[in-house]
Design a protein around this ligand. Sequence first.
Ligand SMILES: *Cc1c(COP(=O)(O)O)cnc(C)c1O
Length: 397
Amino acid sequence: MTKQNSLQTTLIHAPRQAPQYIETIQPPLFRASTIIFKTTAHLFDRHWTDPYDYSYGTHGTPTTFTLGDNIARIEGGNYCLLAPSGLSAINLVNSTFLSSGDEVWVADNIYGPNLEHLKNLQDRYGIHVKIYNPIDANSFQPTEKTKLIWIEAAGSVTLEFPDLKNLVKKAQQANVLTALDNTWGAGLAFNAFDFSDEHLSVDITIHALTKYPSGGGDILMGSVVTRDPQLHHKLYRMHATQGICVSGDDTAQIQRSLAHMPLRYEQQSNSAIAVLDWLKQKAQFCQVLHPSDANSAGHLFWQQVCETGKSAGLVSVIFKPEYDFAAIRKFCDSLNLFKLGFSWGGPVSLVMLYDLKQMRELENTHLQQGLLVRFCIGLEDPNDLIQDIQNALKQLE
Ligand SMILES: *Cc1c(COP(=O)(O)O)cnc(C)c1O
């Protein structure tokens, strides 16, 4: 009689999988550090260039590959790597492609922490950071040393839509990699890998999945999408060796939200237009910024590229100079439905205040003097949001 394993051992080695799979609406969730190889042949025959090379949790599971493939699909690319935040995805691109002595160009309206990170690299590694004006492609002057250009469409605070066509063309002519922060368009407003009648394409997109794909205001994640396998493999190597990885639970939550992301995007796009139309009639603002508005910088570029007519749910206003910082603070503190906080793309509308003078390096003739307030439109009824802004403006009278 063979001796039975003890209960302790049996519990550990009890079947890990049900005898038969069922199909469910959401894919099964894998959590893994260790991935069990069936045999030594499976261990030794795998190759890191195989996109589904399951070997260790940091390199991915079916859960992360499912989300990554879907993000690539949404954005029009072929490959996707996931990172623990949007900023981490940005840093993956910078650390993969920038070496000592290289030059990198960033738009003047770039996501602030990206510029901060690059300036840190500039000081420590001798990487030169140059700033261009996103609505003036002539201000981008690549040299032999230029390796990478960061583009944001639209910039997430001042909302200028860049001259994407000419920036990408110029970069391609100079053999410069184009990286687009695609968080605003989310792959839904336009296809970054195939835009304009000339079928132009950026090389790399990053996306703060924290925003629209999560949709809940509760999960942080980022992605890096490419079409070219060689670019992907360079990124993949850096991703794997830096130990950049995401939690299976977070990944499954974002996967679950993808089904309604286009509906949410469209709703927030429409609600933002309703709020924009109302804001434009108010006397307190010297400028209302939104790419769909003919008076906003980059409007024609938005029309060229965003044939869908869609926009993220962001609207910014510049208060007339007679409203000082105390007044703007009072306005923000008086809002009730709009909560004071960073980020966007979730159900709750958010507000943030900025002093442009401290944010820009170039002189911007298209932005007027004053303090800026950005509204991130959530999923509330836009009429209630307008009422909330109206009530807060009354506090300034
Ligand atoms: C939020 C955001 C990021 C960074 O994403 P996190 O997940 O918050 O790190 C990057 N770019 C843009 C445009 C963003 O709005």
